[in-house]
Design a protein around this ligand. Structure first.
Ligand SMILES: Nc1ncnc2c1ncn2[C@@H]1O[C@H](COP(=O)(O)OP(=O)(O)O)[C@@H](O)[C@H]1O
Ligand SMILES: [Mg+2]
Length: 277
């Protein structure tokens, strides 16, 4: 982390230089065992399996598309503009009707559930655009994130402020006045207020500087280490794959390559076509 020259260290989800100051993690309720579905061993914790569908009655955008993430792991989706990355995220979150395939969370088929019902099941989604309430203060944004909760949210808010200290400083400011990187912190913080088991992020580092991007990735690794699964779309493909346990390259709504982040980074074809050589 910032105190120790983070940019000279090897990065990656298992990077020992990124420490978790809250061992065991308290962002998520109870214990969060790492790995696959506890209810259905052998099955990923969250999977959008063979998803085919599109918008309304329009043509299919996704074609037999599969995305999955295990507990406490980071799965990264990359691919060209218009490949269907955002569409696939919406499908997993229940914002798109898929006519083939299913979405399963911890072994349970949730394909028919609304987005709100998925939030109640432990999923949180930060969309690519319009992901904060710009006229509300930072703290009001965090409170809005917890609107489904009936218990005391102050501890979670404290954890969000520990994760993103600048948000505590700016908690009385309108979120729309913050920098791009800070606004993304608000969006991620708001999603964390539901104490999710799965955090879905669509291009969380869009429009931020490389240093702010590295900072955000470090915080995302920290979140994953509390046992929360991260399913993330990124246009900074190389950097994102460096921290990915699993990577997906999507092209025209289809899975083109699926492997560990490291294997994708080492694959000459992936490098040439999707990582700029
Ligand atoms: N709301 C929408 N209604 C209809 N088509 C859409 C909508 N959003 C995206 N699309 C189409 O779906 C395809 C995939 O878009 P998208 O999922 O946004 O790609 P990516 O996130 O990979 O850039 C594109 O052809 C795009 O025009
Ligand atoms: Mg997109």
């Amino acid at each position: 982390m910032s105190a120790q020259n983070p940019y000279q260290e090897a990065r990656g989800n298992k990077d020992a230089s990124i420490t978790n100051p809250r061992p065991g993690g308290t962002l998520t309720p109870g214990t969060a065992p790492e790995g696959r579905s506890a209810a259905h061993p052998g099955e990923p914790f969250l999977i959008g399996d063979g998803m085919t569908g599109g918008y309304g009655s329009g043509a299919d955008i996704l074609h037999d598309c599969t995305l999955a993430v295990d507990r406490g792991e980071i799965a990264v989706i990359v691919g060209p503009n218009g490949a269907g990355k955002s569409t696939a995220m919406k499908a997993v979150f229940g914002m798109l009707n898929i006519h083939t395939g299913s979405v399963r969370l911890d072994g349970e088929d949730i394909t028919g559930l609304s987005p709100q019902a998925r939030v109640a099941k432990g999923m949180a989604f930060v969309p690519q655009v319009n992901n904060i309430f710009t006229t509300m203060t930072v703290e009001e944004n965090l409170e809005m994130g917890a609107f489904l909760r009936r218990d005391d949210i102050s501890e979670t808010m404290e954890q969000v402020y520990e994760l993103f200290p600048i948000l505590r400083e700016k908690r009385r400011q309108a979120a729309g006045e913050l920098s791009g990187g800070q606004r993304q912190q608000v969006a991620v913080g708001r999603a964390l207020m539901t104490r999710p088991q799965v955090l879905m992020l669509d291009e969380p580092t869009a429009g931020v500087s490389p240093i702010v991007m590295d900072e955000l990735f470090d915080r995302i690794i920290e979140v994953a280490r509390t046992g929360i699964s991260i399913l993330m779309v990124e246009q900074n493909a190389r950097q994102a794959l460096e921290i990915a346990d699993k990577g997906y390259v999507l092209v025209q709504g289809r899975n083109r390559y699926t492997d560990t982040g490291q294997a994708l980074l080492a694959d000459p074809d992936v490098r040439k076509s999707f990582l700029g050589g």
